[in-house]
Write a protein that binds this ligand. Structure first.
Ligand code: SF4
Ligand code: SF4
Length: 345
């Protein structure tokens, strides 16, 4: 599962939040800016925010205003787990330098997802509960082509002294080359700055026709490869239960534990991204999101071999909705309510 520090204690805390009508996970698009133009990037897709506005058209913040608004958002949501995504969060590295230590002291498990296009400040390596996830989409030739200017050369320099999680999103192009995933693992397993390696599978929007989209056969081959590779590469973090979810993802956002327990906010800190952080109309039956697979794997786990945890969560979500309504809060604990489109802050 995702290295989010999830333990029994964490689950019970999450459960408590759900019963109180709150979502325990928060995902924030820190900025609308990004120096990359990756093919298949969902954040800049026309439908990401529902079609009325795109991420580039939204407002975002800098300096004190960003720090203050971010803290207010976290105070209001009080999440157990926070993902800071983008855009490219490192374009706001000065503000993050004030935000990350504050989150660490507050006890929030924080995941910073970056392309490592610019140096990651050395002192962030010592922050408790911070996980730095670097997106590396394939071996150098393919990655550099897709993700320039965040090239291998830059990433290797910028991650020195850190203990990063390498995150690769597997596309059709990679899945069709024999031995590609193993070669990728060999390269990154040998890097001293790598602590963990994650693989997601490319998640398309419904009806999407693209070079990245995996066919059913591609998907089956990747899952089979990962089942074998996980025994040889200890830094590869993928549980059997997660591979089972990749093989049979949730049918819809209503059945997705991740979507139901995560509140996703875009760069104006007001617009919500629904039904999950992909936004738009994601093709759940072809979902390959590692966060969703991790939470879903927990959800399918059975308490004493009888009741799936997900079923208990669903009951709790229903209770949480009532609690939220009684408390007069606008958002409920499902995360799959009506889309709120852009409301400039
Ligand atoms: S780095 Fe991330 S946000 Fe920027 S273009 Fe690439 S996928 Fe999109
Ligand atoms: S994360 Fe959940 S809601 Fe989003 S595409 Fe995947 S299965 Fe669907």
């Amino acid at each position: 599962m995702p290295e989010s520090g999830i333990s029994i204690g964490h689950l019970l805390q999450a459960w408590g939040r759900i019963l109180a009508g709150r979502q325990p996970n928060l995902s924030v698009e820190l900025t609308k800016e990004c120096p990359l133009t990756c093919p298949g990037c969902y954040a800049y897709g026309d439908e990401h925010l529902g079609g009325d506005i795109t991420l580039r058209g939204l407002s975002d913040f800098k300096g004190d205003e960003l720090v203050d608004r971010f803290k207010a958002l976290v105070d209001a949501q009080n999440p157990l787990h926070l993902s800071i995504i983008g855009g490219e969060p490192l374009v706001r590295f000065r503000e993050l330098d004030r935000i990350l230590p504050w989150l660490s002291e507050r006890g929030v498990h924080t995941q910073l997802v970056t392309s490592a296009v610019r140096p990651i400040p050395a002192h962030w390596a010592g922050l408790d509960r911070l996980q730095i996830v670097v997106s590396i989409d394939g071996l150098q030739p393919e990655h550099d082509e897709r993700r320039k200017p965040a090239t291998y050369e830059r990433i290797l320099k910028h991650i020195e002294g850190h203990a990063i999680t390498v995150h690769c999103t597997v596309t059709r192009q990679q899945s069709r080359r024999d031995g590609y995933l193993e070669e990728f693992l060999r390269v990154w397993d040998a890097n001293a700055a790598t602590r963990l390696i994650w693989f997601s599978l490319y998640t398309p929007q419904k009806g999407e026709i693209s070079m990245e989209r995996l066919t059913k056969e591609d998907r089956a081959r990747v899952i089979a490869d990962l089942r074998v590779l996980r025994t040889s590469y200890p830094k590869l973090q993928v549980l059997d239960g997660m591979l089972n979810v990749y093989a049979a993802p949730p049918a819809s956002p209503q059945e997705c534990v991740f979507a139901r327990t995560t509140h996703c906010v875009s760069s104006d800190f007001t617009t919500t991204v629904t039904p999950c952080q992909f936004g738009g109309n994601p093709d759940c039956l072809n979902c390959g999101c590692i966060a969703s697979a991790g939470l879903e794997a927990i959800g399918r786990h059975r308490i004493k071999g009888v009741i799936p945890i997900g079923q208990v969560f669903s009951g709790s979500l229903a209770v949480g909705r009532v609690v939220a309504r009684l408390a007069g809060r606008g958002t409920d604990a499902t995360g799959v309510g009506p889309r709120t489109s852009s409301t400039p802050a």
